[in-house]
Design a protein around this ligand. Structure first.
Ligand SMILES: Nc1ncnc2c1ncn2[C@@H]1O[C@H](COP(=O)(O)OP(=O)(O)OP(=O)(O)O)[C@@H](O)[C@H]1O
Length: 358
């Protein structure tokens, strides 16, 4: 297993790139811990695959270096990086048995047959395919074939990292849930460094210890699922994570008071705002309280989503969402208060510290 160093990496698909906007991947500079489970999360086109391909060696970055445990591997081809990869669609040898498919990466490296058997048996148990070990892969469902691909990704114990590129795309929703939980368990048992690309927040949040949120070619935050929910660093993280996402309201700020339209909201501390041009107040729908006290709102819609209700309302001329428990009443003359500890102030999209939180 290895620590993955991303040393001032940038990538442009055109040689003529000059401005930041010409780069599919803007500067990335981070160290990912040995044995960590990282998910690269972001919408289509944000640069996830570009970054994954740079780690795997399918792409050479325009600038910067990639390091495995401090060793520069930037110019090494994929085969020499000692990584395992699991792709979106199963890569399975139909004519081989399930056992032989899993044994393939080990036999390829001339691992002694007794060791192959022990390791493959262990993986077969982990992915619940032991009863099918002798069956030919041909004719198995896509789910089962993808389980074999996952197992093959996990079979070697000497890899630097295992890279997963949207591995559950072809899997039906129930099986997705099962495999996601198994993968998390496998990570805990094995301690492999894992990097998992997805645009699905549920997948990222359930799999990863650290979620790497990407937006427009940049990493905007690396954090635990709780960090992303409680303290998003960027407005993109606020509205991309959560369902519905964070409410973002244009504000002006004077000392410890934020003004939204004609309403005043007292903050937990004075935000340290520099000369930024655009200020927003962020509050998650879960931390807006609806009752008979506070600031007026006009409710436009109530969506019943089972154990919760989502209330859509107009607050000081801005649309906001409020999450209520299913049995919470909605008063006729509804008003809102904001939990001051849950408010974030964002200047030009980035969270600013307050005197109390710094
Ligand atoms: N081979 C290529 N040549 C030119 N531009 C490319 C190439 N591959 C990707 N891009 C561009 O680089 C940007 C980042 O693409 P990338 O595939 O890394 O995003 P992604 O987040 O993985 O998206 P998806 O989830 O759709 O795969 C996009 O604007 C894309 O159009």
């Amino acid at each position: 297993m290895a620590r993955i160093g991303l040393d001032h990496i940038r990538h442009a698909y055109s040689d003529a790139a000059k401005a930041a906007g010409d780069y599919a991947l803007k500067e990335v500079h981070h160290d990912w811990e040995d044995g960590g489970a990282y998910a690269l999360l972001g919408p289509s086109g944000c640069g996830k695959t570009t970054l994954l391909n740079i780690i795997s060696g399918l792409l050479t970055p325009s600038d910067g270096r990639i390091l495995f445990d401090g060793r520069d591997v930037t110019d090494l081809p994929t085969e020499q990086r000692n990584i395992a990869q699991v792709f979106q669609f199963p890569v399975v040898y139909d004519t081989m048995s399930v056992f032989d498919n899993l044994a393939f990466p080990l036999r390829n490296r001339h691992v002694p047959e007794a060791e192959v058997k022990a390791r493959v048996d262990e993986i077969l148990q982990m992915i619940d395919l032991a009863p099918m070990a002798k069956r030919r892969a041909e004719g198995l469902t896509a789910d089962l074939k993808q389980k074999i691909s996952l197992g093959r990704g996990l079979v070697r114990s000497d890899v630097n990292a295992i890279l997963f590129d949207e591995p559950l795309t072809v899997i039906d929703p129930y099986m997705k849930w099962v495999l996601r939980s198994q993968l998390k368990r496998l990570h805990r048992q094995s301690g492999f460094t894992m990097v998992y690309v997805t645009h699905d927040q549920t997948e990222a949040l359930t799999f990863a210890d650290k979620v790497v949120v990407m937006h427009d070619g940049q990493i905007v935050q690396i954090g635990t699922p709780a960090d992303l929910f409680e303290r998003p660093s960027h407005t993109f993280v606020g509205y991309f994570i959560g369902s519905p996402g964070m409410n973002l309201l244009p504000v002006t700020v004077e000392g410890q008071t934020a003004h939204v339209g004609g309403e005043q909201i007292v903050l937990s501390g004075a935000p340290k705002i520099g000369t930024s041009s655009k200020l927003e107040l962020g509050i998650r729908p879960e931390f807006v309280r609806l009752g008979t006290e506070g600031m007026p709102v006009t409710i436009s819609k109530v969506e019943d989503i089972g154990r919760q209700k989502i209330v859509r309302a107009d607050f000081a001329g801005q649309p906001i969402a409020i999450v209520l428990a299913e049995d919470e009443p909605i008063p006729a003359d509804a008003r809102v208060t904001f939990d001051s500890q849950a408010i974030g102030i964002f200047a030009d999209s980035w969270r600013v510290e307050t005197e109390a939180s710094a």
